[in-house]
Design a protein around this ligand. Structure first.
Ligand SMILES: [Zn+2]
Ligand SMILES: [Zn+2]
Length: 559
């Protein structure tokens, strides 16, 4: 069946398998099944609505509205609701049930949920505050020690300025690493040690500027190599020649030249049509160990899933989700957390939950409908307690009401977001101008609220890392592209000296954006293998200069 998106007007397809999935996740109340209808929004607009609910990487300094303490939060100080520091939010110092209310059948469901949403206090950041050690400036992260500005990252130590890195040590400026140490500006790497500017590589060490390499050591400006040592530009060199080339990279201007040269060199080598391994019957990118998966990105261990993004733990029978783990039967959810079953139309429910609908910020619950900020509760609607029977009768009536108002089956409207659009993940994947956002009635942050206060250095930084004075760590630097303030923290300077690499000239947000641009966008194109002609869907656009190979042609290109 073809449908027209009610948001953007694009045509999108709903398959018979999709309809069977909606039927499978439809809830039953009082013995009657409440069918989940097919979506009214296209997959992209559905994803935009979900990621607009999260600000992961922009932090602010503000006060806790209960204790008055100065805290770090992803909520701005001018947010129109109360924000509590995590240890307070998760304590008994306040009761979310105090905000409970009756459902009014003369009003729309979303109007009433939005009212509740803006009075219940929110937690300051999302991190494992009781497991973390010296990791105040992290978000969507947990079990980290001595980390600064890392996001969507767990189990790291001494890591800075990175996104989606897990079980890493002493890594900086990286994106999607696993079990890496002393890595800098690395993207999509596993088990690497002391590497810089390395992408899509595994088990490499002491190397700089690598792409698609496995098991390489002491390599520089190399692509598509397997188990090589002392190579520069894919040719063997002596140990002395390698050391000489590598030592030149301590200078900012020479590093920029090397970066430009490697950008040209790496496109000479064939690329595999998708990133990932151990997959069966998948359409997606950056996938590992997935089976029967369609239109999924940055995921591992999925089974029978569609439109899933950034999920790393086993998921089965899941559609339209952003960042969930160890879950089954989820539909239209964002940031569900671990251990979730039968969860529909929710955001930030944080795990240990089952049979939850239209709720947010509510971990450790069962059977909730339209609740915000609850913990360890069951059978609640709009933060009000009911008996099991009364809960089922009321929820059935509310769904019937929502069927009439065309709200049943829709995720939260985009303006439910607790963040300005330009501070959310949506701005990364679905960028809007201020004018476009305001036309849609979305909140837009016009003024930056920096976490940095102090004297701004106006003069340029030294070209070579060896000439960088330690006193600059006390000052505020200004991004030469965005004008935003940034800082060099003392631990960071030590790492730059250890890696013999120059210091950044851009703010963290811009550095993060540039790394995202080195990965393929989440868009599919129909292409054929440049060697054997087999057809596939790929995120490499047809006008890209690289040769794109199917799996088997790519593997045999190393023989
Ligand atoms: Zn659309
Ligand atoms: Zn081929």
């Amino acid at each position: 069946m073809q449908k027209t998106c009610t948001h953007c007007g694009n045509i999108f397809e709903i398959t018979n398998e999709d309809l069977a999935f909606y039927d499978k996740v439809s809830p039953v109340f009082q013995g009657k099944k409440y069918q989940v209808p097919p979506p009214t929004h296209c997959p992209e607009c559905r994803q935009q609505r979900r990621v607009a609910q999260a600000n992961q990487i922009t932090l602010h300094e503000r006060t806790c509205d209960l204790t008055g303490a100065t805290i770090i939060s992803n909520h701005r100080s001018d947010s129109p609701f109360k924000v509590y520091q995590q240890s307070v939010w998760f304590s008994d110092q306040w009761d979310p049930m105090e905000y409970g209310r009756d459902f009014d059948f003369n009003r729309s469901f979303f109007d009433q949920l939005k009212e509740l949403s803006f009075v219940v206090p929110r937690y300051a950041v999302q991190r494992g505050y009781d497991f973390d050690e010296n990791a105040d400036y992290t978000n969507y992260a947990g079990k980290n020690k001595n980390c600064y500005l890392i996001f969507d990252s767990d189990h790291c130590r001494d890591c800075y300025y990175s996104y989606s890195i897990n079980s890493c040590e002493s890594c900086m400026e990286s994106y999607r690493l696993r079990q890496c140490e002393l890595c800098y500006e690395c993207i999509d790497c596993v088990d690497c040690y002391n590497c810089a500017f390395t992408q899509d590589s595994e088990n490499c060490s002491e190397s700089t500027f690598l792409k698609n390499c496995i098991g390489c050591k002491h390599c520089l400006m190399c692509s598509n190599l397997r188990n090589k040592e002392y190579y520069v530009e894919n040719k063997p060199v002596t140990k002395e020649q390698f050391a000489q080339f590598r030592s030149l990279l301590s200078s900012y201007s020479r590093l920029q030249n090397a970066r430009e040269r490697f950008d040209k060199l790496k496109i000479e080598y064939p690329q595999k049509f998708m990133h990932g391994t151990q997959n069966e019957n998948v359409i997606g990118d950056y996938l590992t160990n997935c089976k029967n998966v369609e239109q999924c990105f940055d995921c591992s261990d999925l089974w029978d899933c569609k439109y899933a993004y950034q999920a790393f733990d086993p998921l089965k029978d899941v559609m339209d989700i952003q960042e969930c783990g160890e879950a089954e039967r989820l539909y239209e959810d964002a940031f569900v957390g671990y251990n979730a079953h039968n969860v529909l139309f929710t955001t930030h429910t944080l795990g240990q939950i089952s049979d939850i609908y239209y709720s947010s910020h509510s971990p450790y619950n069962k059977n909730l409908f339209g609740c915000i900020g609850l913990r360890h509760k069951e059978f609640c609607v709009l933060n009000k307690q009911y008996s099991k029977d009364d809960y089922e009768i009321l929820v059935a009536r509310i769904i019937e009401h929502m069927q009439k108002t065309n709200e049943w089956g829709e995720f939260f409207p985009i303006d439910f977001s607790l963040f300005p659009y330009n501070e959310t993940m949506a701005q990364d994947y679905f960028p809007l101008t201020q004018e476009e956002a305001q036309k849609q009635g979305l909140w837009w942050a016009e003024k930056e609220e920096s976490i940095y206060k102090g004297q701004i250095v106006k003069e340029g930084l030294p070209d070579d890392v060896r000439d960088f004075p330690e006193t600059l760590c006390e000052k505020i630097l200004q991004c030469k592209k965005t004008g935003r303030s940034y800082k060099i923290i003392p631990q960071e300077l030590i790492l730059y000296r250890q890696l013999n690499l120059p210091l950044p000239r851009l703010c963290f947000q811009e550095r993060h954006r540039n790394r995202m641009l080195l990965r393929n966008a989440r868009v599919f194109y129909d292409r054929t293998c440049d060697k054997c002609g087999v057809k596939f869907k790929t995120t490499y656009a047809p006008d890209r200069p690289e040769k794109i190979y199917c799996e088997s042609c790519y593997q045999t290109s190393f023989a």
